[in-house]
Design a protein around this ligand. Structure first.
Ligand SMILES: [Zn+2]
Length: 241
């Protein structure tokens, strides 16, 4: 008989003010944290060791309001959280909490890139989104300038937004293009297709055959980006919400 059986075990599920909280030991974690498992409709309280599970449960209690709000956002919502994953240029990368207040950054590891970020809860998610927006602006500016150069146009002004219904919008009169930052989540050929599409609108404001022939001079016959967005676009909108 073990008189020192701990109160909390790895895998235990608690009910905290109506929030389902699963306890998890992750030896790679440096501190306790709380993440959302939207698919299972529960929060996961992570501790670096079994000894620290009570601390993780306490942390879940403190953050239960935040977690319930996140879960209410819907079963398809995939907020950025420590120990979770997010797609970056079409590849799933791990999100790792540094436990300090640092900005998010990408680090290349042997098995691919990972995103390290400081902050807790919403602050962590915000830092990850800011990083993805910076990366999106860099890739989209580069591809936009490239396509404009190909057509002998001066480089348009590039801005980012988070519209629900479109991936890019072009205002030829202002020589400017706005893109959804979420394109950085998609494979690079998809982002490139949208940049080519919007740059082609600087020449033709419509979707006429002449417009499509300009798009084809920019991306060749590679129009799979269009089909990819039709098939997966709504998934990109569930990420980080
Ligand atoms: Zn268009």
């Amino acid at each position: 008989m073990n008189l020192f059986r701990p109160r909390f075990n790895d895998g235990d599920v608690l009910d905290i003010d109506g929030l389902r909280v699963r306890l998890k030991v992750n030896r790679r974690a440096r501190r306790v944290s709380l993440r959302i498992d939207a698919a299972r409709g529960e929060a996961v309280a992570v501790a670096p060791s079994q000894r620290r599970l009570p601390e993780a449960a306490g942390f879940a209690r403190e953050r239960s309001g935040w977690a319930l709000e996140r879960l209410a956002a819907g079963p398809r919502s995939r907020p950025f959280a420590p120990d979770g994953k997010a797609p970056l240029r079409g590849r799933l990368v791990r999100l790792i909490a540094t436990g300090n207040a640092s900005a998010a950054r990408i680090v290349e590891e042997l098995d691919g890139p990972v995103i390290l970020s400081g902050g807790e809860g919403e602050a962590f998610a915000r830092r990850v989104e800011n990083l993805l927006r910076r990366e999106a602006l860099r890739d989209l500016s580069e591809r936009t300038a490239h396509h404009a150069r190909t057509l002998g146009l001066r480089t348009p002004r590039v801005g980012l937004g988070d519209p629900r219904s479109r991936w890019g919008s072009c205002t030829p009169g202002r020589h400017s293009i706005r893109y959804s930052w979420r394109l950085i989540l998609a494979p690079p050929h998809v982002l490139d297709y949208v940049a080519a599409h919007e740059v082609a609108h600087l020449v033709h404001a419509d979707h006429s055959p002449s417009f499509w022939s300009v798009v084809k001079t920019l991306v060749g016959a590679r129009l799979e980006g269009r089909a990819w967005l039709k098939a997966h676009g709504s998934e990109l909108h569930a990420i980080g919400r």
